[in-house]
Ligand binder design. Structure first.
Ligand code: ATP
Ligand code: ZN
Ligand code: MG
Length: 512
């Protein structure tokens, strides 16, 4: 790593009276103040050239990775202020970096352009990156943006490795193949029979009584067959997630493009809103541009997954030993995701109904809990819904990016027994999509242990020892979709186990 800085320390008065001493002071500091923290035998920062110009000390500094040039600049200001203050009553007011060039190594030669904010230049020669910053403020330095910018360049170069690559996927378990007599798309069939109606708005469905009854039956099955027997307790969260929460979970940097943002009115004053109301009365339309002026820029969004607010609720708490593992679920809040071109049927929508169990405990407790969850889920999918389905280890993109492919820290090819962290996807065969070998199966839920990511982000502590956490996403539209795609819409063909949860369908409505 090499840091090359051109900048200035701005003093409170003309430096002319001190000019004669400066050279000696700077030389001395190179051997003392600037060497603090530099390991034996390593290079410290050097002042290349300097010039006193009125109240400004213009200088260049070159450094390696120990006491980087910008840290050296700040140290010099402090030291010089002390010295010149005593002798000449001159104090250092501010620092300025006109041009900062940083050279560092990346893991591979980038194959495509890498763009980062703040940089006025970024070039690569093989695996050497050369980042140029101009007009760097002191604020920028003290907030540690330099390090984060370097980390971002490295992250983006690493991410290119995964672009276009398939997600990590490794089969764990597969049900026997079943014979299916139904091969239609259940969404289309439900729409034809009037069980559901598209809308209101994009990527949403209105569930009429028949479809609502199926979804609620799925919910009861999840609660009574899986969550309650394992001791999960219900919580009710808010639909709104403030940015502070998503900054901690990583959603704001990871999935910002899928979030539904929420604006508050800039004011509640009826007077401010009067013109808008009047326009609505006359035009019978919403003047959206006018509306935009009356809204705050968002500070929050609609729930993407329920776990962030659940973690928030335990923030900075020390959990009692006897409560561990904490087992809770939310089933009240809908999840909102801007799926755009990916929308399909009821299985990929912009607003969906999901139960999200969240668990916090020691890693041993969660590994044991996972066994319990897997057994219970298996019972539901085999004995109640009688599905053709499978389980696989997968790796969410953020874990791949963090170099944790396979979802666990020991590396992707560690044996199953070693897997303590990671994500398991549950996938169902959808006959309408084609053959079981070639078609894409539907991920209808997942199950994760995510290490200490969230317990440390929200400072959730145990009385002793380390806490980890995880969650499972029970997508009710997806359960419904998997079930109906395999069993069809005629209740007389539904398995006995499911009929116990839904003995008969409500009759719904006929429209003329
Ligand atoms: P996908 O890869 O299908 O987009 P995901 O990885 O984004 O799924 P998660 O964030 O892991 O999904 O959410 C967990 C569960 O939520 C999924 O297993 C699924 O049941 C449900 N789910 C996610 N996105 C949607 C959606 N757009 N419509 C309906 N259900 C969804
Ligand atoms: Zn979650
Ligand atoms: Mg998704």
């Amino acid at each position: 790593m090499r840091f090359e800085l051109e900048g200035a320390i701005i003093f409170s008065a003309d430096l002319a009276p001190a000019a004669a001493e400066l050279d000696g002071i700077l030389k001395e500091m190179e051997g003392t103040v600037l060497m603090k923290g530099v390991p034996e035998g390593e290079e410290g920062p050097h002042v290349g050239s300097w010039k006193a110009d009125g109240p400004e000390l213009k200088l260049t500094i070159v450094s390696g990775r120990h006491v980087r040039a910008h840290e050296a600049l700040l140290r010099l200001r402090k030291e010089l202020s002390g010295r010149l203050g005593k002798a000449h009553r001159i104090g250092g007011r501010a620092v300025r970096i006109d041009r900062y060039t940083i050279e560092f190594q990346v893991s591979r030669e980038p194959v495509a352009e890498v763009r980062v904010p703040f940089a006025s230049g970024l070039e690569f020669q093989g695996t050497t990156a050369r980042l140029v910053l101009t007009d760097v403020t002191e604020d920028f330095l003290s907030r540690n943006y330099v390090d984060r910018l370097i980390a971002l360049v490295k992250e983006k170069v690493d991410a290119q490795r995964y672009e276009g690559k398939e997600e990590f996927w490794e089969a764990i378990w597969e049900s026997p193949a079943l014979e299916h007599t139904y091969d239609m798309d259940p969404t289309e069939e439900m729409a034809r029979l009037g069980w559901i109606q598209q809308g209101p708005g994009k990527g949403r469905w209105f569930f009429r009584p028949q479809a609502a009854a199926v979804i609620r039956a799925m919910e009861r099955i999840a609660l009574e067959e899986v969550l309650h027997p394992l001791g999960f307790q219900e919580v009710i969260s808010s639909s709104l997630v403030p940015f502070e929460v998503w900054l901690k979970t990583g959603h704001m940097k990871g999935v910002a493009n899928e979030i539904y943002y929420l604006s508050e009115p800039a004011t509640r004053s009826a007077e401010a809103w009067e013109e808008l109301s009047d326009l609505v009365k006359i035009t019978r339309e919403v003047p959206r541009e006018k509306l935009a002026d009356l809204l705050e820029v968002p500070r929050a969004g609609m729930t993407y997954a329920q776990c962030p607010n659940i973690y928030w609720s335990f923030q900075k708490r020390t959990l009692a030993d006897e409560d561990l593992p904490i087992l809770v679920y939310d089933r009240t809040v809908n999840s909102f995701r801007y799926e755009s071109g990916g929308r399909h049927g009821i299985e990929r929508v912009d607003e969906f109904h999901r139960i999200e169990p969240v668990y916090i405990g020691t890693i041993d407790q969660l590994v044991e809990l996972r066994e319990g969850l897997i057994e219970r889920y298996k019972h539901v999918f085999n004995d109640i819904l009688e599905l053709e389905w499978r389980m696989a280890w997968v790796s969410p993109f953020y874990l791949q990016q963090a170099g944790l492919a396979g979802g666990e820290t020991e590396g992707a090819d560690a044996g199953d027994d070693d897997r303590r962290e990671g994500t398991i996807d549950y996938e169902a065969y959808l006959p309408y999509r084609g053959s079981r070998e070639e078609s894409e199966w539907l991920e209808f839920q997942n199950l994760s242990i995510l290490g200490d990511r969230y317990t440390s982000a929200f400072t959730i502590k145990a009385q002793r020892g380390e806490l980890v956490s995880g969650c499972s996403g029970i997508g009710l539209e997806r359960w419904t979709s998997a079930f109906l795609a395999q069993k069809g819409l005629d209740p007389s063909n539904w398995p006995q186990g499911f009929k116990e949860y839904l003995p008969s369908l409500p009759k719904g409505f006929t429209f003329h």
